[in-house]
Each structure stands twice: as structure tokens, then as C-alpha cells.
Design a protein around this ligand. Structure first.
Ligand code: ADP
Length: 513
């Protein structure tokens, strides 16, 4: 009994009640506004220079490349114009020596070479006709009709100053080429493509969250266009459609703001919401969150992400479990057959268990245990044994683990709802005339024109049981949304933001120029 009570006590520490959700939404809206008006705010609200979302009728053949971490992905995307597309892709591991090369040239020439190889393999006809045409073309330059427009997903911190212009702020994820810092990465790639005479133009620099928004807007069944693209994977982030006039910092940036296409009156803004409330004014905090942050390599930073995303949830659970394991009054994973006087033989945990290692518990375990319907939580117990060195965990042990894991997962979903709710409210997307007609009738069908579409991606939202339902529950608790508003919000998985999403950005960039 002591174990169940202790687990309930810990689970209760992760409760994130309605009042806190409401307070969180208010603060999020405030930080959104600050980010739109000045540089260096907590919520970065980065202007992306993408000024339109697709509606599914777009057509054509585009290219996309993705330099994210270990791999370089090259794809071509045929948009069929009916919300569907076909994708051809290749993937290659980046050689270690190029990640730390002396000059940008070595890395970017390698990338261009992969693009050439891809064209030769998958678009031989196109490639050959290009070469032939170039031989006979007098006066230089390739004709526009045969040039592939390419979206470049580059998942490193950049200062963007145009749809296909952005300078590298710093490398992360094991890359370290000093010479690249401060240079325009699109121009670097274009230079190497030109050196190979490839019929490819780097049309857009793409953030993966923006790609998610574009991919969803193209494939979603609605006709209103997608408002928000959100990622709940290793990290968390969101990009949404904002009124251009509200991005007031663009004017303050003067000529640094670069070229802005104002024809649609809108611009997609990359919130970088992982850093929401780094000041810890409204975010929930437990001793486990606190210790995780202090022992992380960036204390005080990405405080929202540290409570929401896949990289961190497993570690939060691990710390909560270790606290219970170390508490002599709590019989978690205790070995009934051991000598109670010998501290080292009172648990069923191997000394080198991953439970004792920082980052040793993967967030996928939260999904496994929260969704475990097997008798006596057999699946949880088996996983504890095979992955975490806990032999002979009892059903009570597994029940305690599941209770805490579910509390950590549910809090993450409710926090996600704070970001989603704030963006829906701040953009006024629920304030449409038909709302007045429907507010008094809970049984009315949602009018297709009133749908607010949200595209999501990432293993957490895809695989954590009931993640969307927990988000919805919290959305209903926000007064400006309520039961009526929540029914108008459509949430759908948007896969492949760095493929089709990047291609779509290349398309809108091409149309805008
Ligand atoms: P990325 O965000 O890196 O593109 P993913 O969307 O697959 O890739 O997210 C990876 C993160 O999701 C990791 O932190 C991992 O621990 C977590 N994860 C993987 N599988 C699951 C799962 N079944 N349930 C919850 N989280 C998961």
C-alpha cells in the first residue's frame, strides 16, 4: 500500500490544473507579442519570409534537400495538384571528416555532388537534356523552364534575411567548420551547384516546423488552409500564419529585414516555442524538472521543451523513479527474498541498469507503459527487465511506474495545448461570424469554413497514447476556446515536412519572385 500511495503522491506533483493552463495561455500570448515586436525576446518569433500556405492545387516537380544531423537527404517531389504527391529520395551519411572540415567548400561540394548523383540516377532524362541544351546554348545560363527549384532544410541556427538567404550563427550536433559561420548557407550551396553546372536553384531556406505547416496545408482536406504546424519529437516547436502587419520588428530591422513580399499580407512565423517562459513565471516545476535542468548542458534554456519533448520526458520519469527507489520507506522494485539489512541486495535492479544513467530512459517507454493493457502489466514488466535491468518487477511496481509515466505524459500534452491555444486565440481564428450562430447549439455540425487546421508531427504526438485527446481536454478548459471552439480545431499528422514541405516552400518562393 505504501508503494501505491507514494506513486500517487509523485504523480500528483505533475498535475497541471485548468487555472495553470489558463495562466500559461495568457503568458504565451504576451510572449508571442513581445517576440513579434523586438529581436532577442524569449519567444524568438522568427520571420520566415514565407508569405503563403498551399491549398492542395499546387503542381510541378520540385527538389528538397535536408541537412539535419547525421544524414543528408535528397528528394524530388511531384505535386499532383490534388493534395497528393509522389516522392523519390536518397539518403547518405555525412562523412565525419566533412563535419569538421577546414572550409565550407569541402562540405558543400560534397552536398552538391550528392544532388548531381541523385539527378543522374532518378532524373536522367532531365539531367541529360540539360547537359545537351547547355552545350548548344550560346550566351550562358540555363533556361528557367528546366531549372529545378530546391528547398533547403537546414536544421542549424541561422539568421534569415530573405526566403533563400540566411547566415549560419553556429554549428551544432557535432558539426564544426569555423569558416562557415556568418556565411549565407544558400549561397554556399548554390556556388557548388553552379560549379557542377547543375540545373538547380536554391529557392528557399527551410525550417522543419515551417515544412510541417506547408505539408499539412497541401495535404489537409479542408479549404481554409492550415494555421499552425507543430512538432513534438526530439524537440518541440511551432510555426504559424501571422498577419504581416503584426510582425512589427521587420520594420525595426530596417534593411536587415531583407526582401519582404507583402502581397498576401501574411507571413509564417517560426515561434521557437521551446524557449517559452525560460523565466519560469508560469511553467510547472517539480524537483525532477529542476534537477534535469541543472544537470543539462544548457541550464535555464528551453524550459518549455524540457517539459514537453521526447528528448526529456524519459529523463523526467527516470529521475522520479530513482527518487522513489532511493527512498527506504518506499518498496519500489524491492526484492522480497533479500536480506533487508543489506542495502545492496534489497532491490531487483542491476547495478548497471539504465535507470541509473542520465538520459538512460527513452521516452518511448512512456508510451509502452501508458498504453499497456496486458494482464498484470506484463508488457511493462518485461520491458523493465529487458531494457532497464529490473528483474522480477511486481504488478504493483509496474502499476506505480505506469501511474507516474502517465502523469508526465499527460502534463506534456496539456502544456502542448497551452501553445496551441495561445496561437489560435492570438490569431483570432475562432472569431468568425458563424460562431455566434453555433454557440447555443452544441449539436450543430462544424461548418467547413470555420475549421482551424493544425498539422502535427513527431513520435510523441504520433505514438503516445491519447496525446491528442489530452490536448483537446485542456483546449476545452480555456474559456476563449471552450467546447464549441475545440470542436472546430482539426488536428492531423503532417508527415515529411522536410520533403514535401520544403518543396512547397520552394514553389511559393519561386512564385513570389
Ligand atoms: P525527430 O524529432 O528527431 O525528427 P522523432 O519525431 O522520431 O524524430 O522523435 C524522436 C523522439 O521521440 C526521441 O526523443 C524518442 O525518445 C521519442 N520517441 C520515439 N519513439 C517514441 C514513442 N513510441 N513514444 C513516445 N516517444 C517516442
Amino acid at each position: 500500500m505504501a508503494l501505491a500511495a507514494a506513486a500517487e503522491r509523485v504523480a500528483a506533483e505533475f498535475e497541471y490544473p485548468k487555472e495553470d493552463v489558463i495562466r500559461g495561455v495568457e503568458h504565451f500570448i504576451k510572449q508571442m507579442d513581445e517576440g513579434l515586436s523586438k529581436q532577442g525576446a524569449t519567444l524568438s518569433q522568427i520571420p520566415t519570409y514565407v508569405t503563403a500556405v498551399p491549398n492542395g492545387t499546387e503542381k510541378g516537380l520540385y527538389m528538397a534537400v535536408d541537412l539535419g544531423g547525421t544524414n543528408f537527404r535528397v528528394c524530388s517531389i511531384q505535386l499532383h495538384g490534388n493534395s497528393t504527391f509522389s516522392l523519390t529520395q536518397s539518403k547518405v551519411k555525412i562523412p565525419q571528416e566533412l563535419m569538421v572540415a577546414k572550409t565550407s567548400h569541402e562540405l558543400f561540394a560534397f552536398l552538391a555532388k550528392q544532388i548531381e548523383l541523385f539527378l543522374k540516377t532518378h532524373h536522367g532524362e532531365h539531367y541529360t537534356s540539360h547537359v545537351e541544351r547547355r552545350k548548344s546554348y550560346i550566351g550562358g545560363g540555363v533556361q528557367n523552364t528546366e531549372v529545378f527549384q530546391l528547398g533547403f532544410t537546414f536544421s542549424f541556427p541561422v539568421q534569415q534575411s530573405g526566403i533563400n538567404k540566411g547566415t549560419l550563427i553556429r554549428w551544432t550536433k557535432g558539426f564544426d567548420i569555423h569558416e562557415t559561420i556568418g556565411k549565407d548557407v544558400c549561397a554556399l550551396l548554390q556556388k557548388e551547384l553552379d560549379a557542377l553546372n547543375l540545373p538547380v536553384r536554391v529557392a528557399a531556406l527551410v525550417n522543419d516546423t515551417v515544412g510541417t505547416l506547408m505539408a499539412r496545408s497541401y495535404t489537409s482536406p479542408g479549404k481554409t488552409g492550415t494555421l499552425l504546424g507543430a512538432i513534438f519529437g526530439t524537440g518541440t516547436n511551432g510555426a504559424y500564419v501571422e498577419k504581416l502587419e503584426r510582425v512589427t520588428k521587420l520594420q525595426k530591422m530596417g534593411k536587415d529585414a531583407g526582401d519582404v513580399d507583402s502581397s498576401t499580407g501574411e507571413m509564417i512565423v517560426n515561434t521557437e516555442w521551446g524557449s517559452f517562459d525560460n523565466e519560469m513565471k508560469v511553467l510547472p516545476d517539480t524537483p525532477y524538472d529542476n534537477a534535469l535542468d541543472k544537470e543539462s548542458n544548457n541550464p535555464g534554456i528551453q524550459m518549455f521543451e524540457k517539459r514537453v519533448s521526447g528528448m526529456f520526458l524519459g529523463e523526467i520519469l527516470r529521475r522520479a523513479l530513482v527518487t522513489l527507489i532511493k527512498d527506504p520507506a518506499v518498496p519500489l522494485f524491492s526484492d522480497e527474498h533479500s536480506n533487508q539489512n543489506d542495502m545492496h541486495s534489497t532491490t531487483n535492479i542491476h547495478d548497471n541498469s539504465n535507470l541509473y544513467k542520465q538520459w538512460g530512459l527513452d521516452t518511448s517507454f512512456l508510451s509502452i507503459t501508458s498504453g499497456d493493457n496486458s494482464g498484470g502489466l506484463k508488457i511493462t514488466r518485461q520491458t523493465l527487465d529487458s531494457e532497464y535491468g529490473v528483474s522480477a518487477a511486481s504488478a504493483e511496481d509496474a502499476e506505480a511506474v505506469r501511474l507516474i509515466a502517465s502523469a508526465v505524459g499527460k502534463r506534456a500534452a496539456r502544456l502542448s495545448a497551452v501553445a496551441i491555444a495561445a496561437i489560435i486565440i492570438a490569431t483570432g481564428k475562432l472569431d468568425r461570424p458563424t460562431d455566434i450562430a453555433t454557440t447555443n447549439n452544441a449539436t450543430l455540425e462544424v461548418n467547413e469554413d470555420d475549421v482551424v487546421d493544425v498539422g502535427v508531427d513527431g513520435s510523441l504526438v504520433e505514438f503516445y497514447p491519447n496525446f491528442e485527446e489530452y490536448i483537446r481536454e485542456a483546449l476545452r478548459e480555456v474559456p476563449q476556446i471552450g467546447v464549441q471552439g475545440e470542436r472546430k480545431i482539426r488536428i492531423g499528422i503532417a508527415k515529411d515536412g522536410s520533403g514535401v514541405g520544403a518543396a512547397l516552400i520552394a514553389l511559393v518562393a519561386d512564385k513570389a519572385t
